[in-house]
Design a protein around this ligand. Structure first.
Ligand code: ATP
Ligand code: MG
Length: 357
């Protein structure tokens, strides 16, 4: 039987995005050629990002989404470079894809790896495992607002940045979170807001959460304010399973989660269009890390983990599990990059993961 061929768009974009996407592709290609004909991958690489911007004045071409529309999945590196204002690069590429393709669910597992020292004061934290589900289409990143609203000139500027919460947007991300919780050992969803201080959108969020929770009597649920949740991540993460939060809150909490696991370089993520009308995008949580870009020492674990999420999404759970196991074996064997206190290069870690596939 001919292998199922998946067409993947690689968009390394900026900085360490190139190094870690390279690592992930190496692992995926090795898996595909060793899959006994189960699947094959065909890659198309796009050179979009901040260099492209300096040549063309855009982060990606005007018809960029059309060019991506027919791929089975997108594998993304990181966006942002000192030569381009951060909001220009982010909105011009990553958010343009997420919002353009309505990738409204961003899944960010918080995973602890054997052999990696965590700042949590536990002898062994590898039994901990929770996942942040981030609302990825509205909330605080709605883009609504404006500058110079006072009309009164320099020194008196007023700017407004609005959060948008819709009942439909809240409901779909919560149902997604509850459906995900049902598949986990610990079926529980914790909703995060700051609805004591933000009394419009976040109160709507709370109301929708209560309504959706009632439809899932088999799944535990609770609510927590975001400031308390930050403390809970550090002090009492044991009872977390699925944490659902708005765009901004989940962004911050998932960085905290990855730092607790040992480094920002560890965290993987999936930007999903759950209806599969458009391609979904898989990327490490970290940014382009200009301070270490080009040195060959970027931690590739988040990007390789994101490749595993992509395999699951493509209907290949067994190869995805192989990647996860190989990552765990590599860190347990001491293949650790500088951000985890080791000296291994990106290529050495990738080679160790290949050894353990
Ligand atoms: P963004 O806004 O795109 O999330 P950021 O400003 O939050 O970017 P990052 O680029 O993620 O910042 O970098 C934050 C810190 O984490 C830097 O010191 C960087 O070197 C480090 N870092 C990020 N990714 C990695 C990685 N893959 N390996 C090692 N260190 C990393
Ligand atoms: Mg960041």
């Amino acid at each position: 039987m001919a292998p199922r061929t998946f067409h993947i768009a690689a968009i390394p974009a900026d900085g360490v995005g190139h190094e870690v996407v390279d690592a992930g592709r190496t692992v995926l290609d090795a898996l595909a050629s060793d899959s006994g004909g189960e699947f094959a991958l065909e890659w198309t690489e796009f050179d979009w990002g901040s260099d492209y911007y300096s040549r063309t004045g855009r982060m990606m071409p005007e018809d960029g989404l059309e060019q991506l529309q027919d791929f089975d999945a997108l594998y993304f590196g990181a966006v942002g470079w000192p030569s381009v204002p951060d909001h220009t690069s982010l909105w011009g590429l990553r958010l343009a894809i997420c919002q353009g393709f309505d990738q409204w669910a961003n899944v960010r597992p918080v995973q602890f790896h054997p052999g990696v020292l965590s700042p949590l004061r536990k002898a062994d934290q590898t039994d901990l495992d929770w996942v942040v589900v981030r609302e990825n289409s509205e909330g605080e990143y709605s883009g609504l607002g404006g500058r110079n609203l006072s009309g009164r000139g320099p020194g008196n500027e007023v700017a407004v940045q609005s959060s948008l919460f819709t009942e439909k947007g809240c409901e779909r991300i919560m149902r997604f979170a509850f459906d995900l919780a049902r598949k986990r050992d610990h079926p529980k969803v914790t909703s995060v807001t700051k609805s004591n201080a933000q009394q419009h959108g976040m109160v709507l969020w709370d109301e929708v959460f209560e309504r959706v929770a009632a439809d899932y009597p088999d799944v535990d649920s609770d609510r927590c304010l975001v400031d308390a949740m930050a403390a809970r991540f550090v002090l009492h993460p044991e009872d977390l399973s699925v944490v659902v939060a708005s765009n901004l809150h989940a962004d911050i909490l998932s960085d905290l989660g990855s730092a607790l696991a040992g480094s920002l370089g560890l965290a993987s993520s999936a930007n999903l269009n759950p209806e599969r009308r458009t391609p979904s995008m898989f990327e490490p949580v970290h940014g382009s890390a200009p301070d270490i870009a080009g040195h060959g020492i970027a931690n590739p674990i988040g990007a390789i983990g994101s490749a595993a999420l992509m395999l699951s999404h493509l209907g290949l759970p067994a190869p995805a599990a192989r990647v996860e196991r190989a990552l765990g074996a590599a860190t347990a064997a001491g293949a650790l990059p500088p951000d985890l206190g080791g000296t291994a290069t990106t290529k050495q870690i990738t080679a160790t993961v290949l050894d353990h596939l």
